[in-house]
Design a binder for this molecule. Structure first.
Ligand SMILES: [Zn+2]
Length: 240
């Protein structure tokens, strides 16, 4: 299985759900079906605050849940599990964006001549250098041509590494997705925590006790009693 590193989680989760959500993922990492109350306790959070944060994670597809009804209180408790493949998938996207950026940069480096200030103030491409009459806009020193052969080599190396990394990711993510699809099937319904306000009221309402059956059985008993009384009377009459 492909491993999700703490650095990947911090990188991807904080970008999408905020730094607040990272600690939740780290808390349930490697565990299965963790009770929302346990997570809240672990992190020292109010249960409503935890639900708010974890809902963001659910919306982004980082976690799935199972819910079970608390028989004593009559409300649902949510049990959460982290989905590593989602982080890997998004991490790969970030790497792809970086790759695109590097490719654009490489193209620019290959198709332009650059000029730099000997004092290290600026680096300008040809058209920009012409605009400033080949003088540094910061300190006025004459600009000199910049040999970017090493920059280009460096960019090419980095692009090669990234492409390799992304290829490996794609391969492993496909394997991972097959596994998590099965898990996802069990959590397609939305958690109630989304509908703020109404949830708390619903949860606090105690269940009505079922009294109907008891009443009807009492009637039956009394009918039986009447019948037996009549039968006794009949017996008395026949004896006479
Ligand atoms: Zn300068």
């Amino acid at each position: 299985m492909l491993k999700v590193t703490k650095a990947m989680i911090e990188d991807v989760v904080s970008q999408i759900c905020g730094a607040d959500a990272v600690q939740i993922v780290l808390d349930i990492l490697g565990k299965v079906n963790v009770s929302e109350f346990i997570i809240a306790e672990d992190l020292g959070l109010d249960i409503r605050e935890l639900r708010r944060r974890i809902y963001k994670l659910w919306e982004a597809g980082f976690v799935y849940f199972k819910r079970k009804k608390d028989k004593k209180r009559g409300w649902y408790i949510y049990y959460w599990t982290f989905i590593p493949s989602r982080v890997l998938f998004l991490y790969r996207d970030l790497r792809k964006k970086r790759l695109e950026m590097l490719k654009e940069r490489l193209e620019k480096e290959e198709n332009n001549n650059f000029y730099i200030c000997p004092n290290g103030c600026v680096r300008l491409d040809f058209s920009r250098a012409v605009e400033f009459d080949f003088k540094c806009p910061e300190c006025g020193t004459l600009l000199v041509p910049n040999d970017n052969t090493r920059t280009i080599e460096h960019l090419k190396e980095e692009i090669k590494k990234l492409e390799q990394e992304i290829r490996e990711f794609d391969k492993k993510i496909k394997e991972e997705e097959k596994l998590s699809k099965k898990k996802l099937k069990s959590s397609k319904k939305e958690p109630e925590a989304k509908k703020t306000g109404s949830v708390e009221k619903k949860r606090k309402k105690p269940q009505k006790k079922k009294t109907v059956k008891v009443k009807s059985s009492k009637k039956k008993v009394s009918k039986k009693k009447r019948k037996t009384r009549k039968a006794v009377k009949k017996k008395r009459k026949t004896k006479k």
